[in-house]
Ligand binder design. Structure first.
Ligand code: SF4
Length: 230
């Protein structure tokens, strides 16, 4: 059952997809064309401002496009290699991240670091970010208007990095990026393709802290990521 709030979450995205459809002459179906991330995630009209990752980070730090901007200590634009083969996307910064302005630096972040290291990778060679760049109060999930306001930053980061694989961490990011009706318990471990980028949803590290039994599932998902990278 998809609730109203989840549906709202995609209002901005659905509009984007609809806007992107070409006019179809009567009686003729258009040739299928590949659907890229720019059609599924909101496109920014600020490409000149957001020319590179550093410009995206600066814009996020100065941003006041949604109410989270007034509540943050530090925006957390995300960090990592500009040509990372893998991007890890969570839902939003927590208290430690808000304090330091860096993604995944609390207990869940340390677990993510261990996972990345166990895969033979390092934090410096991947990119780690979030759907929203400022901390939602009391660690609540980001609200639909916040997601819609913030997604163009992430979309631009994806466009600039063009990773081979995106690992979506947790149900909230999955709903925001893929489908408001999606459940992480059903979709984890299953590849999704968007515009030539392969996407692997898995549990959020915070869920592993609550339920260490999920670690074996996440590790199985990461084996799939490694196999694809090879
Ligand atoms: S969450 Fe995103 S849109 Fe909202 S103020 Fe922060 S950077 Fe801007």
């Amino acid at each position: 059952m998809v609730d109203e709030k989840q549906l709202q979450l995609f209002d901005c995205l659905v509009r984007d997809v609809e806007d992107a459809q070409p006019e179809v002459p009567t009686g003729r179906r258009p040739d299928p064309e590949p659907v890229g991330p720019r059609k599924l995630w909101p496109e920014t009209d600020r490409r000149d401002d957001l020319a590179d990752l550093e410009a995206v980070a600066r814009a996020a730090r100065d941003c006041g496009l949604c109410k989270l901007g007034a509540m943050r200590k530090n925006a957390v634009p995300g960090e990592g290699h500009p040509r990372a083969r893998v991007m890890w996307i969570g839902e939003g910064p927590g208290a430690d991240e808000d304090e330091q302005g860096r993604p995944f630096v609390g207990a869940a972040g340390r677990l993510l670091d261990r996972l990345i290291a166990a895969m033979g990778l390092s934090r410096e060679e991947v990119f780690i970010g979030n759907v929203v760049k400022c901390r939602p109060p009391h660690n609540r999930a980001p609200e639909p208007d916040e997601v819609c306001a913030c997604l163009p930053y992430l979309a631009r980061q994806i466009e600039l990095i063009r990773p081979e694989v995106i690992v979506i961490l947790g149900g909230t990011a999955l709903k925001a990026l893929i489908d408001p009706g999606a459940y992480i318990t059903r979709m984890r471990g299953k590849w999704i393709e968007r515009g030539g980028i392969m996407i692997m949803p898995t549990f959020h590290p915070a869920a592993l802290l609550r339920d260490p039994g999920k670690k074996k599932d996440v590790w199985a998902d990461m084996q799939q990521v490694l196999a694809r990278m090879r």
